[in-house]
Design a protein around this ligand. Structure first.
Ligand SMILES: NC(=O)C1=CN([C@@H]2O[C@H](COP(=O)(O)OP(=O)(O)OC[C@H]3O[C@@H](n4cnc5c(N)ncnc54)[C@H](O)[C@@H]3O)[C@@H](O)[C@H]2O)C=CC1
Ligand SMILES: O=C([O-])CC(=O)C(=O)O
Length: 404
């Protein structure tokens, strides 16, 4: 049987839920019989591509399908016995804030993507060691570390996707808003550099408060004359990841089947999981809706408190950000079946920015999944109205900061 390896990582990902649309392939991938290695950590392990087992879950399987299969000129089930190396990975990704709690595991996950040719890591401190370390992984991408303002332009030139997790995290007792004073300036400076050096890139803003840092980024890009609202994203994937995890646990569902759209923003009550729009269809009691909604809204704070001063979510965030990077790369690679939630410029509501499910394509957002906002339950409709004043204030605060 024809084979593609996902390396030993296949074993720890059977529960992952990179839930973008996915069509199974009826083909087995087995590293022991081929050199078409995805991760190459352990050449003897194998994955079955029609299952959900891969490093990045279904999304990554789709990436393999999208990036390898069309170029290999074979049909599923009719692979040649010997197949040469798949096409070179194509995309350049930069991570700004790459030596931090999120940046390091995120760098590792991106290093494992078959779609990445160059991984540029930037930080104001300690990034050369992180880059040297990661560069020893025998996956295709070339890793380079950049540090200090003088190296930022070189880090960004020619990049397709820029992820920005630079900035300070919360400590117990703080809200995400409390990070504004420090992180607003960091994001502003970094996005100015993005505008100057890779204005066509997809920009993924992770730094909090996302409800304000995304409007800041938009204003900076406008001032530079390079704003493309279809390519600027606040990363809210962690809310979806949490919602999927909590709901599947509560209702005993297979994680890979569960997809909960999460709308609004990325802070407290502005995070609104739409349980009525879950796939597969599930009935919830009122108590379950309220318990699950609060749990998702409080997910970040739960981690901040458990870490007791040592920061906020880093590993689950790296996982979520890697999923969003992978989805973006698949979209850039021509996959026409990529859907993610993100906080973006939007006219779905009367707010200028709003998180919703969007369809991604080569040029960024191709469509808004406006149907998700139809036929909301009373609970959801009320929660949506209740979140608007807080979200509006955070958006305006960000815009005002950048216009100053
Ligand atoms: N969008 C989301 O769902 C989530 C967002 N976050 C946010 O991500 C941000 C980063 O969190 P962590 O990685 O845990 O923090 P961290 O403190 O561990 O890492 C931040 C990194 O940014 C670097 N940095 C600071 N200023 C910089 C600049 N001007 N240029 C480049 N790098 C710079 C630091 O040197 C550090 O390495 C925080 O603002 C946090 O609130 C965290 C979790 C989830
Ligand atoms: O809660 C925080 O400060 C970090 C964050 O955004 C999250 O974990 O969702």
């Amino acid at each position: 049987m024809a084979t593609i390896s996902a390396g030993s990582v296949a074993s720890y990902s059977s529960q992952t839920g990179f839930v973008t649309k996915y069509r199974p392939l009826s083909m087995h991938f087995n590293a022991s019989k081929t050199h078409m290695n995805f991760i190459d950590l352990k050449a003897s392990s194998s994955i079955c591509i029609q299952s959900d087992a891969s490093l990045l879950g279904k999304g990554s399987i789709a990436a393999l399908q999208a990036s390898y299969l069309p170029k290999l000129k074979f049909k599923p089930g009719r692979l040649p016995a010997k197949q040469s190396q798949p096409r070179a990975s194509a995309f350049k990704v930069a991570v700004l804030g790459a030596a931090g709690g999120i940046g390091q595991p995120l760098g590792l996950l991106i290093k494992m993507s078959p779609l990445v040719s160059h991984l540029n890591l930037y930080d104001i401190a300690n990034v050369k060691g992180v880059a040297a370390d990661l560069s020893h992984c025998n996956t295709p991408s070339q890793v380079i570390g950049f540090t200090g303002a003088s190296e930022l332009a070189n880090c960004l030139r020619g990049v397709d996707v820029v992820v920005i997790p630079a900035g300070v995290p919360r400590k117990p007792g703080m809200t995400r808003e409390d990070l504004f004073n420090i992180n607003a300036s960091i994001v502003k400076t970094l996005v100015e550099a993005v505008a100057n050096n890779c204005p066509d890139a997809f920009i993924h803003i992770v730094s909090n408060p996302v409800n304000s840092t995304v409007p800041i980024a938009a204003e900076v890009l406008k001032q530079k004359g390079v704003y493309d609202p279809k390519k600027l994203f606040g990363v809210t994937t962690l809310d979806v990841v949490r919602a999927n995890t909590f709901v599947s646990r509560k209702k005993n569902l297979r994680l890979v089947d569960v997809d909960v759209p999460v709308i609004g923003g990325h802070s407290g009550i502005t995070i609104l999981p739409l349980l009525s729009k879950i796939k597969p269809f599930v009935v919830f009691t009122d108590e379950e809706v309220s318990e699950l909604t609060l749990k998702v809204q409080n997910g970040g704070t739960e981690v901040v408190e458990a870490k007791a001063g040592a920061g906020s979510a880093t590993l689950s965030m790296a996982y979520a950000a890697a999923r969003f990077v992978e989805s973006s790369l698949r979209a850039l690679d021509g996959d026409s079946d990529v859907y993610e939630c993100a906080f973006v410029q939007s006219d779905l509501t009367d707010l200028p920015f709003f998180a919703s499910r969007v369809k991604l394509g080569r040029n960024g957002i191709e469509a808004f999944m406006s149907a998700d906002l139809l036929n909301l339950t009373n609970y959801e409709a009320k929660a949506l109205e209740a979140l608007k004043p807080e979200l509006k204030a955070s958006i305006e605060k960000g815009m005002a900061f950048a216009q100053k």
